[in-house]
Design a protein around this ligand. Structure first.
Ligand code: BEZ
Ligand code: FE
Length: 287
């Protein structure tokens, strides 16, 4: 019988898995075991702390439902999701940011120039820009899939019991021959991530707030290009420097400007905007 101690245990656990040499699975598993064991030795983890971590994960599982994935929220508040977004952003492409829990893949297609607001109160803003490739060429026929909270920080999908339509404040637009997209909507307000569960307990224990900076969500797709999931934030708004899920990047902050009476807008719009901002998206080739 081999004499296993706290230093040789790590190799013994790794060797117990018969994963294929050189495989990605072997690499992910062995690196995880290395870091988990290093963390345990380095912190001198006690039994109480060990069971505390496991019970915390158990609570995350208990509160999760098909609509509420507490582990994703945990990943978000630990910056794990942001880190995965960062390391998977292709050079030259728009930086990625949180998908969040409110995406629906069957949002209605809308014509360019449409108004998303559905008469909701809030500042009416023209959102416009061009979708390009990394060489700067416009991408006609690209899909701009967007969803957002309203002027009080609520997603309609959260208020279906109060009679809201879950498809409100979301749409798919197709860029025109010049790669342009444009529409009007209400500016969203900040809102809190769910904090009535174990992740909320963690935030409170760490004296952290649960607010997200106001943002619009986007998935941009075009044939032959790598799709991006990202968010657009607004200069000088609350929580822009301390978003609860670390979603904000400098390159994703737009400057909202008032629309002056004398401004001749380049677009046919179905509603009159009070403000406007431009945000161009850049997609890298697939592969
Ligand atoms: C959101 O952006 O909708 C979101 C992201 C992370 C956690 C909760 C909500
Ligand atoms: Fe969101």
């Amino acid at each position: 019988m081999k004499d296993v101690n706290q230093y040789t245990l790590t190799e013994a656990v790794k060797e117990s898995f018969r994963t294929e040499d050189g495989s990605r699975l072997k690499f992910l598993l062995e690196t995880f075991i290395d870091h988990l064991h290093d963390y345990t030795r380095e912190t001198g983890l006690t039994h109480e702390e060990w069971i505390g971590v496991l019970n915390f994960l158990y609570d995350c599982g208990k509160i999760s439902t098909p609509e509420r994935h507490e582990f994703i929220l945990l990943s978000d508040v630990l910056g794990f999701s942001a880190l995965v977004d960062m390391i998977n952003t292709r050079g030259g492409a728009t930086e990625g940011s949180n998908l969040g829990p409110f995406y629906l893949d069957d949002a209605p297609a809308m014509e360019l120039g449409a108004d998303l607001s559905g008469g909701r109160s809030g500042a009416m803003v023209l959102v416009h820009g061009i979708v390009r490739d990394t060489l700067g060429n416009p991408l006609p026929g690209a899909m701009v899939d967007t969803w957002q909270a309203d002027g009080s920080g609520t997603y309609p999908i959260q208020e279906q019991e109060q009679g809201q339509d879950k498809y409100d404040l979301r749409a798919k637009f197709t860029t025109d021959a010049n790669g342009r997209y444009y529409y009007t909507t209400v500016l969203p307000k900040p809102y809190t991530v769910p904090y009535d569960g174990p992740v909320g307990r963690l935030l409170r224990a760490g004296n952290r707030h649960s607010w997200r900076a106001a943002h619009l969500h986007y998935i941009i797709r075009a044939p032959g290009m790598r799709a991006i999931t990202t968010e657009v934030f607004f200069e000088n708004t609350e929580y822009i420097d301390n978003d609860a899920v670390f979603g904000v990047r400098k390159s994703l902050i737009a400057k909202v400007e008032p629309v002056k009476k004398t401004d001749a807008l380049d677009y046919q719009l179905s509603a009159k905007p009070d403000a406007k901002f431009r945000f161009d998206f850049v997609l890298a080739p697939e592969g």
